[in-house]
Write a protein that binds this ligand. Structure first.
Ligand code: UT7
Length: 311
């Protein structure tokens, strides 16, 4: 059974914070942030909006876009490293709030690669025809674990959510191949110690540049395709320089890579579905297009998917 995306939705909190706004709070500048990362603004949730609230908004939009009822969902997977609390999970909260009466639910923790992990996990149940519809959400409220005294990380991240409904699709459509990987020896480079996120930016940068390109090439090979077949690259939005390296590895022109980092910053597990939803709304992704999605993050973790868009 082929598995694809029936519907998609996304959500960011209303409060938009520009680089200049941050420069008022800490020793940084729009010029530094823009030139080193590509980020111009990010959306940050306040105390009135929890991670599960962001996820709920994206999930409602995805269900509407997929034109299915919550009662038809068999499984809810939420990729996040910033859940409301350790347990019950964000997925459990959504099951109740959406009225997904027959759905099993759990969170998946694989940092910025979390959405790739959750989509592939969910897709196995559809592929084996155990379940028909799986709701997968990538969501983060990173603002609550950011150390606002640390300018080297505080300027990078944003809050948001993206959701997809997975279901059976026609042969040749949907997920054609995937790669997931991890290397725990790099765990020290990006982690949450105590209340705050900590990162060795240079080490993560080096790893990411290598891994994004490699994983993208690997999923194409696994699907029996080549660089020339790619219509659109949707990379994890962590740093424009990392994204550009992946694009160059695939020898794609600029207009074939999704770029939303300037608007949202790095939203971790939410960044790929947020970007895919944005490109669909812009009419950039069309029926039959070959998409390569690729992510990496703390763990270290990584994942890539080659997907033929459409049902
Ligand atoms: O989702 C996965 C998560 N993370 C990533 O993908 C991050 C990967 N890494 C990166 O994106 C980059 O390494 C950063 C954007 C984090 C940093 O860029 P960089 O070009 O590696 O800069 P750097 O760390 O080498 O810092 C260069 C300078 C330093 O000053 P000195 O030592 O040269 O005097 C920093 O103190 O820039 C300084 N700096 C800042 N200046 C203004 C660091 N942060 C800031 C800041 N504003 N916010």
């Amino acid at each position: 059974m082929s598995v694809g995306i029936w519907g998609i939705g996304s959500y960011v909190p209303e409060n938009r914070v520009t680089n200049d706004d941050l420069a008022q709070r800490m020793d940084t500048s729009d010029e530094w942030i823009k030139s080193r990362t590509g980020i111009e603004a990010r959306h940050l949730a306040d105390d009135s909006e929890a991670t599960s609230d962001l996820a709920y908004m994206a999930a409602l939009r995805a269900l509407e876009n997929a034109q299915i009822d919550a009662q038809e969902i068999d499984l809810i997977l939420v990729a996040t490293v910033t859940p409301d609390q350790p347990f019950p999970t964000v997925a459990n909260a959504l099951q109740h709030r959406l009225g997904a009466t027959k759905a099993a639910s759990m969170d998946v923790s694989a940092a910025c690669a979390g959405f790739m992990y959750a989509v592939i996990t969910g897709s196995q149940f559809v592929q084996t025809e155990v379940y028909k519809h799986v709701l997968v959400i990538g969501v983060e409220k990173l603002s609550k674990i950011i150390d606002w005294e640390d300018r080297t990380t505080a300027v990078l991240f944003g809050d948001g959510a993206g959701a997809v409904v997975l279901g059976p699709v026609a042969e040749g459509r949907g997920i054609l191949s995937f790669e997931l990987g991890s290397d725990g020896s790099g765990g020290k480079y990006l982690s949450q110690q105590g209340a705050h996120l900590q990162m060795n930016g240079r080490e993560v940068f080096k790893f990411a540049v290598r891994q994004m390109g490699e994983s993208a090439v690997n999923v194409l090979k696994k699907a029996g395709l080549t660089k020339e077949d790619v219509d659109f690259l949707i990379p994890h939005q962590a740093n424009i320089r990392i994204m550009e390296a992946a694009r160059e590895r695939l020898q794609l022109p600029e207009e074939k890579m999704s770029k939303t980092i300037h608007m949202y910053g790095n939203t971790s597990a939410a960044s790929i579905p947020l970007s895919l939803d944005y490109e669909l709304q812009q009419g950039k992704v069309k029926d039959g297009d070959l998409l390569v999605m690729v992510g990496f993050g703390g763990g270290l973790t990584w994942g890539a998917i080659a997907l033929r868009w459409g049902k």
